[in-house]
Design a protein around this ligand. Structure first.
Ligand code: SF4
Length: 210
């Protein structure tokens, strides 16, 4: 594990969330929108969305068809547009506060465990490991988890193996490692210092998949 953590520090010494936001609810909505799409696409649509509807009050009163029009590039936009409006309505009723309360956050429409982890870690500095597609893939390739493990199992295994004070940082690093280095297709194995401990390398080199 130490070798992995050192390499992640070397590659990404100051990892950060790549979603753009200026208010906590903007981050929550951006993370919700990021399911099955890229942060780049989310940043593109949220810039337009939050400019057109700059407050929770504006968002809750927005027409769903107008929200759909803005976010249609990111896929599953009918569902996500509805979630945006519903989240805005709930937060408006809650005095626009998103409390440091996992139960409250996970009950918001379209918001699950992973989104809550990202939000709590980013806004409240809660130690969390959010397992997205990149974290799951990298964990399996590096045998931090088994190939059949679901995201809940992977999260538990990572929490056991990684020191708690590094959870949030390592989460960001694993996302960046998966996004830019250990990519799903054509991972950069030839320049990877984890090559000798990654028994997925041959498979990924020849088949391009984890
Ligand atoms: Fe990923 Fe290849 Fe490095 Fe293994 S050797 S961690 S598959 S980049």
């Amino acid at each position: 594990m130490n070798k992995i953590l050192s390499y992640l520090d070397e590659l990404f010494p100051n990892p950060k969330c790549e979603l753009n936001y200026t208010k906590d609810y903007e981050l929550l909505i951006a993370v919700m929108l990021s399911a099955q799409t890229t942060d780049k696409k989310v940043n593109k649509v949220t810039e337009i969305l939050f400019n057109k509807y700059p407050t929770i009050n504006d968002l809750k009163d927005a027409k769903i068809t107008d929200i759909e029009d803005i976010i249609k590039e990111i896929g599953t936009y009918h569902k996500k547009a509805k979630f945006v409006k519903e989240i805005a309505q709930i937060l408006y009723n809650n005095n626009e506060i998103i409390p440091k309360d996992r139960k409250f956050i996970e009950k918001l429409p379209g918001v699950g465990h992973k989104t809550a982890n990202v939000f709590l870690s980013e806004i409240y500095n809660e130690p969390c490991i959010a397992v997205d597609t990149h974290v799951a893939r990298v964990s399996k390739r590096l045998h931090l988890a088994n190939s059949h493990d679901d995201v809940v199992k992977i999260e538990k295994k990572l929490m056991k193996k990684i020191p708690k004070d590094r959870w949030s940082k390592t989460h960001h690093q694993l996302v960046l490692f998966g996004r830019y280095h250990c990519k799903a297709i054509n991972p950069n194995c030839t320049n990877c210092k984890l090559y000798d401990i990654c028994i997925e390398k041959k498979k990924t080199i020849f088949k391009g998949e984890p």
